[in-house]
Ligand binder design. Structure first.
Ligand SMILES: C[S@@+](CC[C@H](N)C(=O)[O-])C[C@H]1O[C@@H](n2cnc3c(N)ncnc32)[C@H](O)[C@@H]1O
Length: 414
């Protein structure tokens, strides 16, 4: 994990949803028609340091070894290549995530539709995304579909040699045609790695979950969004639709640059720099270039907010031996202070996480009523930021509601 310490902040800008298998096909095609892959998967025999071969020279490819899968027709011909295990590829194919039928904006002939954004030159940052017209808060600015999705362990592991990885990535992209190849090669690169596709992926990849497993996803337009520590947008990924959305956090003026934070929100300056190191740039956003006294005030507030998060996580020990009333009062003070800090730092998206902290702190000292109230707020924020009922924290919320019910039952018994 990139987190420099045990920090509370959920990374809204790097969020993702996992594949749920509740897609319904309107028709029942023959099994042989069901495969979305337009080419046979490419499954080379791994020769990396961690590849397993048999001593007697015979070799059987382990079932969970990565292959290159390609769907050329994906999203009206954009095309899509996936480097992952056959099991995960089968779950993606079976979930209907690659069908174009019910994906808005694909395949319909609404020529009057114009995107809400433009890709433009931004001084000092090469290219960036700007608003084509005025936007409200919580508007979907862009829906993007990946050209390439690669299993993280394939990239980081040593089952395949570096040469094999490089050629598998090349093949995956080449199979999408000259236009997509050129578009990807034109994206920002930072490391100068001789595996150019890997360099592009490290500079522009979005960490997403597919089949509950970490993958890196590459989007052409989505790659042009620059980082800001006080962003006006965030992104989310829905693996049921293989779609990434960039969503406004607040009203945006026409021509204003659209940004999201590559790092989780809420960290002080030094931590942010550490987190951003893998991207290889020094952040020039307003918060990072603010006068020293402004920045240090912001850092103080952020550090204090993180402290409160830790303290509330151990609310069971808070004012040990004190009366329940005193402990609830102490929690109430910390909750109010956290609210004020979140407002001053404009960390509104962080509330989704802090509300759960507040709920759990109250439950820990046996205050089921306040616990329930903050659980409701947590759920409301998840629906808002997750984009509806299909958000990624469904299981987490179930656990939270179970804890609320347990506390309520205990109270009834008293
Ligand atoms: C994912 S790309 C963003 C789009 C990029 N500007 C382009 O022209 O394709 C990431 C790169 O953009 C630049 N960048 C993004 N946010 C920045 C920021 N806040 N300050 C300085 N450079 C930034 C860095 O060069 C970084 O490696």
């Amino acid at each position: 994990s990139q987190h420099p310490r045990d920090l509370p902040t959920r990374d809204w800008t790097r969020s993702s949803w996992t594949v749920h298998h509740h897609h319904h096909h309107p028709t029942c095609p023959l099994p042989t028609d069901a495969s979305p892959w337009s080419l046979p998967p490419l499954c080379p025999e791994p020769v990396g340091d961690d590849a397993v071969g048999d001593a007697d020279g015979t070799w059987a490819r382990p079932a969970s070894t990565d292959c290159v899968f390609t769907a050329r027709h994906f999203r009206g011909g954009q095309g899509f290549s996936l480097i992952t295990t056959p099991e995960i590829a089968a779950s993606v194919a079976g979930s209907g995530a690659l069908d174009d039928g019910d994906v808005a904006g694909v395949g319909d002939s609404n020529l009057a539709w114009t995107p809400a954004y433009e890709i433009r030159d931004i001084p000092g940052r090469d290219k960036g995304m700007t608003a084509a017209s005025a936007l409200n808060g919580h508007e979907i600015i862009m829906t993007g579909f990946p050209v390439l999705v690669i299993r993280m362990d394939f990239v980081n592991g040593e089952v395949f040699s570096e040469g094999q990885k490089s050629s598998m990535m090349d093949v995956g992209l080449r199979r999408l045609g000259e236009e997509q190849w050129a578009a990807v090669m034109g994206l920002a690169k930072m490391s100068g790695d001789e595996n150019v596709v890997l360099d592009v992926l490290q500079t522009n990849g979005f960490g997403v979950d597919v089949g509950g497993v970490p993958h890196l996803a590459l989007f052409i337009d989505g790659s042009r969004v620059n980082h800001d520590c006080h962003p006006n947008a965030f992104w989310r990924f829905n693996s049921n639709r293989m779609a990434m959305e960039i969503v406004s956090l607040r009203p945006i003026q026409p021509g204003e640059e659209i940004t999201h934070s590559y790092a989780p929100l809420g960290y002080p300056h030094a931590d942010r720099q550490t987190i951003l190191q893998p991207w290889g740039f020094t952040c020039t956003c307003d918060l990072c270039t603010a006068p020293e006294e402004v920045r240090s005030l912001s850092d103080t507030r952020r550090s204090r907010l993180i402290d409160i998060h830790h303290t509330l996580g151990q609310a069971a020990d808070l004012g040990d031996g004190e009366s329940q009333e005193k402990r609830e009062k102490r929690i109430g003070e910390l909750v109010l202070e956290a609210f004020s800090l979140i407002e001053q730092e404009d960390l509104y998206p962080q509330l989704v996480e802090y509300y759960e902290r507040f709920a759990r702190a109250y439950l820990m000292v046996g205050d089921a009523k306040r616990g329930r109230a903050f659980a409701e707020e947590t759920e409301r924020m998840w629906l808002l930021f997750g984009g509806g009922e299909e958000h990624e924290y469904v299981d987490g919320l179930k656990a939270l509601w179970a804890a609320v019910k347990e506390a309520e039952e205990e109270q009834d018994e008293e």
